[in-house]
Design a protein around this ligand. Structure first.
Ligand SMILES: [Zn+2]
Length: 233
């Protein structure tokens, strides 16, 4: 049996509404991470996600590499986005219960890494419950103590771009792989995942319906989607 929590990055997009409809149809609640301009440009679709049961977390304001920022700039990025999210929840008429965060590119802040963890702890950020994650490397890299939301399997569908030889078949290949360098094996018996996929319109242009295409494979393979729960460390 494979368990998974679904996280969807870089909302909002034009495609967000169709993604939410699909998830509602399958009874899946996802944790979505939004960033400034994307949310501002597709505000109604971000509202739609909230009003249809999704959780939206903070993915910074301008999606920078956090290791290239000073601590002050980093906190500025986070807080500017917090303001947008607070307003978004208000405009959606949905109570904001949780404040999860995800670093763009999984860049944990370089020399500010520890200071940022301290900032998250002291400012009410919520950690996605990860005590079910069984992989030794999760603890080895201290991710069990990290407040921000990392992942165990990345579909890498954002690599499907014009001129790239990474295709939807490459995604399926990765999904079926029995050994992976940087991710946990998707369909391994008793796997427990935090999955990462993106809501990119650029991917939708390359592979129309990419989201249901990959998700249907998970459903068909009996993956059990668990609702995101949160813990405070
Ligand atoms: Zn992102």
């Amino acid at each position: 049996m494979v368990h998974a929590i679904l996280t969807i990055d870089d909302i909002a997009s034009k495609n967000t509404r169709a993604i939410v409809d699909y998830l509602n149809d399958k009874g899946i609640q996802a944790l979505m991470f939004g960033w400034g301009q994307r949310v501002e440009e597709n505000y109604d679709n971000a509202i739609y996600a909230l009003q249809h049961g999704m959780i939206v977390g903070n993915h910074s304001y301008s999606h920078p590499f956090f290791s290239k920022l000073t601590l002050e700039e980093a906190i500025g990025e986070i807080e500017k986005m917090e303001g947008i999210l607070n307003q978004l929840y208000k405009d959606a008429g949905v109570e904001r219960k949780y404040c999860p965060f995800r670093f763009p590119y999984g860049d944990r802040g370089g020399e500010n890494q520890e200071a940022l963890q301290k900032y998250f702890r002291e400012n009410g950020f919520d950690k996605l419950k990860d005590t079910q994650i069984p992989y030794f490397w999760w603890k080895h890299y201290g991710l069990d103590q990290a407040i921000e939301t990392m992942w165990t399997f990345d579909f890498q569908e954002y690599c499907i771009r014009p001129g790239s030889d990474f295709t939807k078949e490459s995604v399926f290949e990765k999904m079926r792989a029995t050994q992976l360098e940087h991710d946990a094996v998707l369909y391994e018996e008793n796997a427990s995942h935090i999955l990462l996929i993106h809501a990119h319109d650029e991917t939708e242009e390359m592979v129309p319906g990419y989201f249901p295409l990959f998700m249907d494979d998970l459903v068909k393979n009996g993956v059990i989607f668990d609702a995101p729960e949160f813990i405070r460390l």
